[in-house]
Write a protein that binds this ligand. Structure first.
Ligand code: ADE
Length: 235
Protein backbone atom coordinates (compact mmCIF):
# COMPACT_ATOMS: atom_id res chain seq x y z
CA UNK A 1 0.00 0.00 0.00
CA UNK A 2 0.99 3.61 -0.52
CA UNK A 3 0.68 6.19 2.25
CA UNK A 4 -0.26 9.77 1.38
CA UNK A 5 -0.13 12.69 3.82
CA UNK A 6 -1.49 16.19 3.23
CA UNK A 7 -1.38 18.98 5.79
CA UNK A 8 -4.79 20.51 5.09
CA UNK A 9 -8.12 19.01 4.02
CA UNK A 10 -7.80 20.70 0.61
CA UNK A 11 -4.51 18.84 0.06
CA UNK A 12 -6.18 15.40 0.22
CA UNK A 13 -9.76 16.23 -0.90
CA UNK A 14 -9.15 15.26 -4.54
CA UNK A 15 -7.77 11.88 -3.46
CA UNK A 16 -10.57 11.08 -1.02
CA UNK A 17 -13.15 11.84 -3.73
CA UNK A 18 -11.60 9.12 -5.87
CA UNK A 19 -11.10 6.57 -3.10
CA UNK A 20 -13.18 3.41 -3.40
CA UNK A 21 -14.07 0.95 -0.60
CA UNK A 22 -13.18 3.67 1.88
CA UNK A 23 -12.86 2.97 5.60
CA UNK A 24 -11.75 5.43 8.29
CA UNK A 25 -9.79 5.02 11.49
CA UNK A 26 -8.85 7.70 14.00
CA UNK A 27 -5.38 7.75 15.59
CA UNK A 28 -3.37 10.52 17.28
CA UNK A 29 -6.29 12.91 16.70
CA UNK A 30 -6.13 12.35 12.94
CA UNK A 31 -8.37 10.47 10.48
CA UNK A 32 -6.71 7.79 8.35
CA UNK A 33 -8.68 6.66 5.29
CA UNK A 34 -7.86 3.39 3.59
CA UNK A 35 -9.21 2.17 0.27
CA UNK A 36 -8.26 2.15 -3.40
CA UNK A 37 -7.37 5.12 -5.59
CA UNK A 38 -6.94 4.35 -9.31
CA UNK A 39 -7.08 0.69 -8.20
CA UNK A 40 -4.13 1.11 -5.82
CA UNK A 41 -4.41 0.33 -2.08
CA UNK A 42 -3.72 3.57 -0.20
CA UNK A 43 -3.82 5.08 3.28
CA UNK A 44 -4.55 8.82 3.21
CA UNK A 45 -4.48 11.30 6.08
CA UNK A 46 -4.65 15.02 6.80
CA UNK A 47 -2.02 15.76 9.47
CA UNK A 48 -2.59 19.53 9.92
CA UNK A 49 0.30 22.02 9.60
CA UNK A 50 3.67 21.75 11.30
CA UNK A 51 6.48 19.29 11.89
CA UNK A 52 5.12 17.57 15.02
CA UNK A 53 1.71 16.93 13.43
CA UNK A 54 3.41 15.57 10.31
CA UNK A 55 5.79 13.35 12.29
CA UNK A 56 2.99 11.89 14.44
CA UNK A 57 0.94 11.18 11.32
CA UNK A 58 3.83 9.57 9.42
CA UNK A 59 4.78 7.35 12.36
CA UNK A 60 1.18 6.19 12.96
CA UNK A 61 0.75 5.49 9.26
CA UNK A 62 3.99 3.47 9.07
CA UNK A 63 3.37 1.52 12.29
CA UNK A 64 -0.24 0.63 11.57
CA UNK A 65 -0.44 0.28 7.77
CA UNK A 66 3.18 -0.51 6.79
CA UNK A 67 3.20 1.46 3.51
CA UNK A 68 5.89 0.62 0.91
CA UNK A 69 6.17 4.35 0.11
CA UNK A 70 5.01 7.48 1.96
CA UNK A 71 4.16 10.54 -0.12
CA UNK A 72 3.67 14.05 1.20
CA UNK A 73 1.57 16.04 -1.27
CA UNK A 74 0.38 19.63 -1.15
CA UNK A 75 1.37 23.24 -1.68
CA UNK A 76 4.47 25.31 -0.88
CA UNK A 77 6.01 28.74 -1.16
CA UNK A 78 8.37 28.97 -4.15
CA UNK A 79 11.86 30.38 -3.62
CA UNK A 80 13.71 32.16 -6.44
CA UNK A 81 12.49 33.94 -9.57
CA UNK A 82 12.22 30.77 -11.65
CA UNK A 83 9.91 28.93 -9.21
CA UNK A 84 6.51 30.38 -10.10
CA UNK A 85 3.01 30.02 -8.78
CA UNK A 86 1.42 26.87 -10.29
CA UNK A 87 4.82 25.18 -10.83
CA UNK A 88 5.71 21.85 -9.26
CA UNK A 89 8.57 21.34 -6.80
CA UNK A 90 9.79 17.78 -6.24
CA UNK A 91 12.04 17.30 -3.24
CA UNK A 92 15.41 15.72 -3.83
CA UNK A 93 16.24 16.33 -0.17
CA UNK A 94 14.62 18.14 2.73
CA UNK A 95 15.88 20.19 5.66
CA UNK A 96 14.28 21.25 8.96
CA UNK A 97 15.31 24.88 8.57
CA UNK A 98 14.40 25.89 12.13
CA UNK A 99 16.44 23.07 13.74
CA UNK A 100 19.30 25.04 15.25
CA UNK A 101 22.08 23.74 17.49
CA UNK A 102 24.67 26.08 16.00
CA UNK A 103 25.46 27.32 19.54
CA UNK A 104 26.99 23.88 20.24
CA UNK A 105 28.98 23.93 17.00
CA UNK A 106 26.68 21.97 14.68
CA UNK A 107 25.70 23.24 11.25
CA UNK A 108 22.26 24.88 10.90
CA UNK A 109 19.54 22.25 10.36
CA UNK A 110 21.61 19.41 11.85
CA UNK A 111 19.56 16.64 13.50
CA UNK A 112 21.40 14.71 16.20
CA UNK A 113 20.71 10.97 16.09
CA UNK A 114 20.44 10.51 12.35
CA UNK A 115 23.38 12.98 12.18
CA UNK A 116 21.94 14.65 9.08
CA UNK A 117 21.11 18.14 7.85
CA UNK A 118 19.35 16.90 4.69
CA UNK A 119 16.91 13.96 4.62
CA UNK A 120 16.73 12.22 1.24
CA UNK A 121 13.69 11.61 -0.93
CA UNK A 122 13.57 8.27 -2.74
CA UNK A 123 15.30 8.55 -6.14
CA UNK A 124 13.00 6.08 -7.96
CA UNK A 125 9.80 7.77 -6.78
CA UNK A 126 11.31 11.15 -7.67
CA UNK A 127 12.17 9.99 -11.21
CA UNK A 128 8.63 8.63 -11.75
CA UNK A 129 7.06 11.88 -10.49
CA UNK A 130 9.36 13.98 -12.63
CA UNK A 131 8.48 12.08 -15.79
CA UNK A 132 4.73 12.10 -15.19
CA UNK A 133 4.72 15.78 -14.18
CA UNK A 134 6.15 17.19 -17.40
CA UNK A 135 2.85 17.24 -19.40
CA UNK A 136 0.81 18.59 -16.44
CA UNK A 137 3.32 21.34 -15.55
CA UNK A 138 4.81 22.36 -18.91
CA UNK A 139 8.14 24.08 -18.27
CA UNK A 140 7.42 24.26 -14.56
CA UNK A 141 8.94 21.24 -12.84
CA UNK A 142 11.77 21.93 -10.36
CA UNK A 143 13.80 19.38 -8.42
CA UNK A 144 15.87 20.41 -5.40
CA UNK A 145 15.99 21.15 -1.70
CA UNK A 146 12.77 21.79 0.21
CA UNK A 147 12.99 23.69 3.52
CA UNK A 148 10.49 22.79 6.25
CA UNK A 149 9.80 24.71 9.46
CA UNK A 150 7.14 25.57 11.98
CA UNK A 151 6.46 28.93 10.39
CA UNK A 152 4.62 30.33 7.42
CA UNK A 153 7.25 32.19 5.40
CA UNK A 154 5.80 35.58 4.48
CA UNK A 155 8.71 37.95 4.02
CA UNK A 156 11.32 38.49 1.32
CA UNK A 157 14.03 38.48 3.97
CA UNK A 158 13.11 35.08 5.45
CA UNK A 159 12.60 33.55 2.04
CA UNK A 160 16.01 34.82 0.85
CA UNK A 161 17.64 33.46 4.02
CA UNK A 162 16.34 29.94 3.22
CA UNK A 163 17.83 30.20 -0.24
CA UNK A 164 21.18 31.48 1.07
CA UNK A 165 21.47 29.02 3.99
CA UNK A 166 20.21 25.81 2.37
CA UNK A 167 19.86 26.43 -1.38
CA UNK A 168 16.13 25.81 -0.91
CA UNK A 169 13.74 26.15 -3.84
CA UNK A 170 10.54 25.84 -1.78
CA UNK A 171 9.35 26.31 1.80
CA UNK A 172 6.58 24.47 3.61
CA UNK A 173 5.82 23.08 7.05
CA UNK A 174 5.75 19.24 6.93
CA UNK A 175 7.92 17.63 4.24
CA UNK A 176 11.20 17.24 6.16
CA UNK A 177 9.34 15.87 9.19
CA UNK A 178 7.75 13.17 7.02
CA UNK A 179 11.13 12.44 5.38
CA UNK A 180 12.81 12.33 8.82
CA UNK A 181 10.30 9.77 10.17
CA UNK A 182 10.55 7.72 6.96
CA UNK A 183 14.35 7.75 7.27
CA UNK A 184 14.16 6.51 10.88
CA UNK A 185 11.87 3.65 9.78
CA UNK A 186 13.71 2.77 6.55
CA UNK A 187 10.64 3.61 4.44
CA UNK A 188 11.06 5.38 1.06
CA UNK A 189 9.46 8.79 0.84
CA UNK A 190 8.51 11.39 -1.80
CA UNK A 191 7.43 15.01 -1.43
CA UNK A 192 5.59 16.90 -4.17
CA UNK A 193 4.37 20.46 -3.80
CA UNK A 194 2.60 22.81 -6.20
CA UNK A 195 3.56 26.44 -5.64
CA UNK A 196 0.77 28.57 -4.14
CA UNK A 197 2.85 31.67 -3.29
CA UNK A 198 6.43 32.93 -3.19
CA UNK A 199 7.12 33.07 0.55
CA UNK A 200 7.47 36.84 0.14
CA UNK A 201 5.63 39.89 1.46
CA UNK A 202 2.54 38.90 -0.61
CA UNK A 203 2.62 35.23 0.45
CA UNK A 204 -0.32 35.24 2.87
CA UNK A 205 -2.59 36.88 0.29
CA UNK A 206 -1.46 34.58 -2.54
CA UNK A 207 -1.75 31.49 -0.35
CA UNK A 208 -5.35 32.36 0.48
CA UNK A 209 -6.16 32.88 -3.19
CA UNK A 210 -4.28 29.99 -4.82
CA UNK A 211 -3.81 27.15 -2.30
CA UNK A 212 -6.96 25.28 -3.39
CA UNK A 213 -6.09 25.35 -7.07
CA UNK A 214 -2.44 24.43 -6.41
CA UNK A 215 -3.36 21.53 -4.10
CA UNK A 216 -5.73 20.11 -6.71
CA UNK A 217 -2.90 20.10 -9.26
CA UNK A 218 -0.69 18.02 -6.94
CA UNK A 219 -3.44 15.47 -6.29
CA UNK A 220 -4.26 15.21 -10.03
CA UNK A 221 -0.66 14.25 -10.77
CA UNK A 222 -0.55 11.82 -7.88
CA UNK A 223 -3.82 10.03 -8.70
CA UNK A 224 -2.61 9.56 -12.25
CA UNK A 225 0.78 8.21 -11.18
CA UNK A 226 -0.36 5.87 -8.39
CA UNK A 227 -0.57 2.70 -10.53
CA UNK A 228 3.05 3.16 -11.64
CA UNK A 229 4.24 3.93 -8.12
CA UNK A 230 2.39 0.85 -6.86
CA UNK A 231 4.18 -1.27 -9.50
CA UNK A 232 7.54 0.11 -8.34
CA UNK A 233 6.70 -0.07 -4.63
CA UNK A 234 4.54 -3.19 -4.23
CA UNK A 235 3.56 -4.49 -0.82
N1 ADE B 1 2.93 26.52 2.35
C1 ADE B 1 2.53 27.25 1.27
N2 ADE B 1 3.14 28.44 1.27
C2 ADE B 1 3.93 28.49 2.36
C3 ADE B 1 4.80 29.46 2.91
N3 ADE B 1 4.97 30.64 2.31
N4 ADE B 1 5.46 29.16 4.05
C4 ADE B 1 5.29 27.96 4.66
N5 ADE B 1 4.47 27.01 4.19
C5 ADE B 1 3.80 27.27 3.05
Amino acid sequence: MIGIIGAMPVEIAGLLEQMEHKTARRMAGMDFYTGEISGVPCAVSCCWPGKVNAAACAQAMITVFGPALVINSGVAGGIGESVQQGDLVLAERLVEHDMDTTATGEPKGFVTGPELVYFPADARALAALREAAAPIYPGGVHVGTVATGDQFIGSNQKMEALRAEFGAIACEMEGAAVAHVCYLNGVPCAVLRTISDNGDDNAAFDFEAFAGEAAAKSTRLLAQLLPRLHAEFPG
